[in-house]
Design a protein around this ligand. Structure first.
Ligand code: SAM
Length: 177
């Protein structure tokens, strides 16, 4: 398990996360459509600061949002409160998704892991455990979604401000700090 930063650093990182995601990755419409199709309670694992959980709850879906980073959850709760959401519509739960066993497991119509968060889990076994958590919390016939993205060289080059040629990213060297 990774060491957690101190609370002030964690809060700053959570704020940076939201600033970074201000450039909308464009996935909300997909989750709104899947939620409408599932038509029931929603579980988001690795929900972070509520970027998706809050608008899903605002659209009328009851949502449980799980994350193991208290600073991200604090931002999520603030976002939900600013949006005027009643607590019963959106519940934030601090927990490790790998060990999650909510009392209402087996009742969710839709459960998902967004934005490549599955790749934050450090091993194949951890990723399998995440799928088991999704399955254990779904109602029979429930819907699961896992957004996984394997960047190619061009993507990596774009993210690092580099360019790529012949399928190989040229990642600029950073000066030692
Ligand atoms: C890329 S963010 C995604 C946040 C949100 N789903 C979104 O789409 O904006 C990944 C989140 O996964 C959380 N996370 C990573 N490992 C976790 C674990 N084992 N259990 C619960 N949350 C975890 C992090 O704290 C972080 O908030």
């Amino acid at each position: 398990m990774l060491d957690r930063p101190d609370p002030a650093t964690a809060a700053a990182l959570a704020r940076l996360y939201d600033l970074d995601l201000h450039d909308d990755p464009g996935d909300l419409d997909l989750y709104l459509a899947l939620a409408d199709r599932a038509d029931g309670r929603i579980l988001e694992l690795a929900a972070g600061s509520g970027r998706l959980a809050v608008p899903l709850a605002l659209a009328g879906h009851p949502v449980t949002a799980v994350d193991n980073d208290p600073a991200m959850l604090d931002r999520g709760r603030a976002r939900a409160s600013a949006a005027g959401l009643p607590p019963e519509r959106l519940e934030f739960v601090e927990a490790d998704l790998l060990e999650l066993a909510l009392p209402d497991a087996g009742t969710y119509a839709f459960a998902f892991i967004a934005l490549n968060s599955i790749m934050l889990l450090a091993s194949r076994e951890a990723q399998r455990a995440a799928f088991r958590t999704l399955a254990a919390h779904l109602a029979p016939g429930g819907l699961a979604a896992v957004d996984a993205w394997l960047p190619d060289a061009e993507d990596l080059g774009r993210f690092d401000g580099g360019s790529c040629s012949s399928g190989r990213a040229r990642i600029p060297r950073r000066a030692p700090s």
